[in-house]
Design a protein around this ligand. Structure first.
Ligand SMILES: [Zn+2]
Length: 243
């Protein structure tokens, strides 16, 4: 194998390590993003619940106030019963009193129901607030993991970038451009080996995509240090003379 293809293989080795580290970091960044969105959704839904609870409490206070008004009116009607002069007046006040009492009982039941609902909402809210705290803790954890990965990978990444620069030194600008383009497309898997599945047959495949290659390509690679790409997947081809 010629010097150019040797250099490209070496460069690919470094490139794959860089890509792997970046992939791991990107996965952790995605975790942080996902957890941030999850926390935000939980916080928003908690806020909605808080608003609902506040609204329910206001409604309950209104109904409670109505109930107090009726209690006062019941006392007044009771007093009236003692002061009325005629049976007819007595019957009228009594009927009013009974109506007010019935209404008061109905409202009391309603206040009780509302109170129960408010208590249930408060309990749920407490539980959900705990859930939000957990999500928030989880976010802090994945953020810390990302930071830790970043700092632990940094030294390795710096070393790899230096190695990469060194490996690039002997290669021409156009070859490097090609290498970078393929690396982008195939996540660092720039090079593809030419394989010969049957030793006696003049049949060659690209190891990168398994497509058949012309015999001339294999022959050229065996005799010259040439940068040739697979017509199908675009990777740079290389061949082992021993097969
Ligand atoms: Zn290919």
């Amino acid at each position: 194998m010629g010097a150019t293809l040797e250099s490209l293989l070496k460069l690919q080795e470094i490139e794959l390590q860089i890509v792997d580290i970046k992939r791991q970091l990107a996965a952790k960044e995605r975790s942080v993003k996902r957890q941030t969105a999850k926390l935000r959704a939980a916080e928003e839904s908690l806020e909605t619940e808080r608003e609902e609870l506040k609204h329910n409490q206001v409604r309950m206070d209104e109904v409670d106030l109505d109930l107090k008004g009726r209690s006062a009116s019941i006392s007044r009607l009771r007093d009236n019963l003692n002061t009325v002069k005629t049976n007819k007046e007595y019957a009228a006040v009594l009927s009013q009193l009974n109506n007010e009492k019935a209404e008061s009982t109905r409202i009391e039941a309603r206040v009780y129901e509302m109170l129960e609902a408010v208590e249930a909402k408060k309990a749920a809210l407490g539980e959900h607030a705990g859930g939000v705290r957990q999500e928030s803790q989880r976010l802090a954890d994945v953020k810390a993991q990302l930071e830790q990965a970043r700092s632990s990978f940094q030294e390795r990444l710096d070393a790899l970038e230096r190695q990469r620069e060194e490996a690039c030194a002997g290669l021409g600008g156009r070859t490097l451009e090609l290498f970078n383009r393929i690396s982008e497309r195939h996540e660092g898997e720039v090079m593809a080996r030419v394989v010969q599945p049957h030793p006696r047959r003049q049949e060659f495949l690209c190891d990168g995509c398994n497509m058949q290659l012309a015999a001339e390509i294999a022959n050229a690679l065996m005799t010259r240090d040439e940068v040739l790409t697979c017509r199908n997947c675009g990777r740079i081809l290389h061949i082992n003379k021993d097969g």
